[in-house]
Design a protein around this ligand. Structure first.
Ligand code: AMP
Length: 283
């Protein structure tokens, strides 16, 4: 596996592959890689002949009181993991490569509408930062396809919208959420959890299952959301939201079709957990 830090070398490698007629896949990450990330890599490899993965902890997607400084950075272990899992290029840009004029006066992406709800409402500016870095990465890597996890459901919708609006020639591939045997969705932030919190954290997935089952049983979403909220609060979570939405994250009143998604974001101690569960209602 090649390790590349500069855009020129990256583009030369990708251009070379494309000249050979090889399809290039891309998996962006913030490092501290776990099996969920490696499953994305596997999916990229099944759809593309060559795969680039990036590691960059993006400062512009963290709010002023969020965990940017303490976000787990495990670069050497991550590089070893990428190599072991069949990645062809690890792209490791510095902050100067990503933001050549710094992060005070940088060109920003803003995806309207969808970034104002759910996590966007609780993390102002977060999705602008995500869209900004992903647009830059698409431009640097110039992949044919990019894989994103359904674990970050709203992020996936933001990326899809931006890609369509900006005509980026990149196929967006969604990967299923990888969970531990307990049901806990894998996340780099899980390592902030104490042993007790790890057990309490299972309540997020259980509550999502409760929301799904109640919705399929025809109970009103307001009632379900209220119960989900109370259930999580009773376990000690500080709940940002527990909602059922249409698959495009629109309100249920305007939903077309039967596809639904239950979404939760809640803090346990200092750790903010997000998870979601997609399902179909019976019409
Ligand atoms: P991150 O490093 O947290 O920014 O995540 C990089 C990519 O991995 C994103 O597309 C995430 O949605 C995806 N991802 C993170 N955790 C999981 C998981 N448990 N299952 C599937 N994809 C995941």
């Amino acid at each position: 596996m090649l390790q590349i830090h500069e855009i020129t070398a990256l583009r030369a490698q990708v251009a070379d592959w494309k000249h050979q007629g090889l399809r290039v896949g891309f998996v962006p990450t913030m490092g501290n890689l776990h099996d969920g990330h490696f499953a994305l890599l596997e999916l990229a490899k099944s759809r593309c002949e060559r795969v680039v993965s990036s590691i960059f902890v993006n400062p512009t997607q963290f709010g002023p009181n969020e965990d940017y400084a303490r976000y787990p950075r495990t670069e050497q272990r991550d590089i070893d993991g990428l190599a072991r899992n069949g990645c062809d290029v690890a792209f490791l840009p510095s902050a100067d490569v990503m933001y050549p004029f710094g992060i005070k006066n940088y060109v920003q992406m803003h995806v309207p509408g969808i970034t104002d709800i759910l996590c966007g409402a609780h993390r102002p500016g977060h999705f602008n930062g995500v869209a900004t870095v992903v647009a830059r990465l698409f431009n640097m890597v110039q992949p044919d396809a990019a894989v994103f996890g359904r674990k970050d459901y709203q992020q996936l919708q933001v990326i899809r919208y931006m890609t369509r609006e900006m005509s980026f020639p990149v196929e967006i591939i969604a990967a299923p959420t990888l969970r531990e045997a307990s049901g806990l969705a894998m996340s780099s932030r899980n390592q902030y959890l104490s042993d007790d919190e790890r057990i309490t954290a299972l309540e997020v997935f259980r509550t999502l299952q409760f929301m799904r089952d109640a919705c399929i049983a025809g109970i009103s979403s307001d009632h379900i959301e209220q119960q989900a909220f109370e259930r999580l609060e009773a376990k000690g979570f500080e709940v940002d939201y527990a909602e059922i939405r249409a698959e495009d994250l629109g309100r249920l009143a305007r939903a077309r079709g039967n596809a639904r998604v239950a979404l939760i974001a809640a803090k346990l101690g200092r750790t903010r957990l997000i998870d979601n569960l997609e399902f179909e209602i019976i019409s």
